[in-house]
Design a protein around this ligand. Structure first.
Ligand code: GLA
Length: 385
């Protein structure tokens, strides 16, 4: 029995039937491409959300989170409806409630359950704490009821919960990374399909390290900027007569830009098309074991997100420029942006120097101290106990 299972037993007065876990993710590269049918290279973090669960004989869903003081929230699966979210299904509880709703709506007959949730994935840090919660809940509920959706199906249902129930118009990247990643690999995701494979990324063997620099600037995807970027990409694709911006080949970018008269739309399109190209090149470099050479593409990706896509912020820019000046091979913001975390690829022995340089620069600029954590590509979701 682990801590989550013990807390479950103390809370509900009976043992759980299992504990399931799903990780947060970092995206190596491929940002704001997933809702354009494009490419991304995320990997799973060692940080995870655990869900201890037991089935019930009725249709009640009882939810408890170690991170919240809202106590046990009781909902009835039979009445869950995104148009009329019950009181108590707001905030964090909307995520597990939304997953239960999405599963049932897809014809997966999950019944009532008691859940206790515990997570060490930082929230609001651009590291997909939401996807971790959704995927861990989905895995727990389906396994409790002997249902066996494939991992990509589980990811799609978790995304549906977030889109249709929670109301965040995210793409498929985070949930796929959490559900399908494998240790020691980045997940090479083609969001059209979607399809994925696993590319080895053994930093330690190459003497490298990946640092996550959490700026502690809270981002909130529910705010309109993400939806606005998404809508402007879809409008631009329609204007170009394409199903999605993924269908604009890199070689045809300049010609296409000439056919768009809105300068903002031109910049958004340029980001998406060049970013897809960078993902493909990074994927090839990783496949060839040329890990250090990916760094320049990471930094180029950051500049594109900052200048063309306009989703960075001063703290992310400072983290990137400082890490690079202190010897990183490359660095970029990761996730949706507007705050959250940056990622830097460095020599393992450079970690203290890079961490110190970034911390000092943040102090000099008067920013909140960043949280700097070395990470390794870790396992996707699974049963823990
Ligand atoms: C958030 C969304 C993802 C993706 C990224 C940007 O993490 O949840 O679907 O769009 O932003 O790449």
């Amino acid at each position: 029995m682990n801590d989550t299972a013990r807390a479950f037993r103390d809370l509900y007065g009976q043992p759980s039937h299992g504990v399931w876990a799903a990780p947060g993710r970092v995206n190596l590269i491929g940002e704001h491409t997933d809702y354009n049918d494009g490419f991304a290279l995320p990997f799973a973090l060692p940080h995870r959300t655990e869900v201890a669960a037991a089935p019930r004989s009725d249709t009640l869903l009882r939810l408890h989170s170690a991170a919240s003081d809202s106590g046990v929230i009781t909902l009835d699966l039979a009445t869950l409806d995104p148009a009329h979210r019950p009181r108590g299904a707001d905030g964090w509880a909307a995520y597990p409630a939304g997953v239960a709703w999405a599963l049932r709506e897809a014809g997966l007959p999950v019944g009532g359950a008691d859940l206790h949730i515990r997570s060490d994935v930082p929230t609001g840090a651009g590291l997909s704490s939401s996807a971790a919660l959704e995927v861990a809940t989905g895995l727990a509920l389906t396994e409790l009821y002997g249902l066996t959706p494939t991992r990509p199906e589980l990811a799609a249902l978790a995304r549906r919960a977030e889109n249709a129930y929670v109301g965040v118009p995210c793409g498929i990247m985070d949930q796929t990374a959490s559900a399908c990643a494998t240790e020691g690999h980045v997940l090479r995701l083609d969001t059209r399909g979607p399809r994925h494979d696993h590319v080895p990324f053994d930093c330690a063997a190459a003497g490298l390290r990946l640092l996550v620099i959490d700026t502690r600037v809270k981002h909130d995807l529910a705010d309109g900027a993400y939806a606005e970027r998404r809508a402007s990409c879809h409008r631009a694709a329609a204007r170009l007569g394409l199903p999605a911006l993924r269908d604009l080949p890199f070689e045809e970018l300049d010609g296409a830009l000439g056919r768009l008269d809105d300068p903002v739309a031109r910049r958004r399109v340029r980001h998406v098309v060049t970013e897809n190209e960078r993902v493909l090149r990074v994927g090839e470099l990783l496949g060839a074991g040329r890990l250090r050479e990916t760094g320049a593409l990471l930094t180029e990706g950051h500049a594109s997100l900052r200048d063309d896509y306009a989703v960075s912020c001063p703290e992310l820019d400072l983290a990137v420029t400082t890490a690079n000046a202190a010897g990183a091979y490359g660095a970029r913001m990761t996730g949706g942006g507007f705050g959250g975390s940056a990622l830097a690829l460095i020599d393992a022995e450079a970690e203290p120097a890079v961490a110190r340089a970034v911390t000092d620069a943040f102090a000099r600029a008067g920013h909140v101290p960043p949280r700097i954590t070395p990470v390794t590509p870790s396992a996707g979701a699974g049963r823990v106990v």
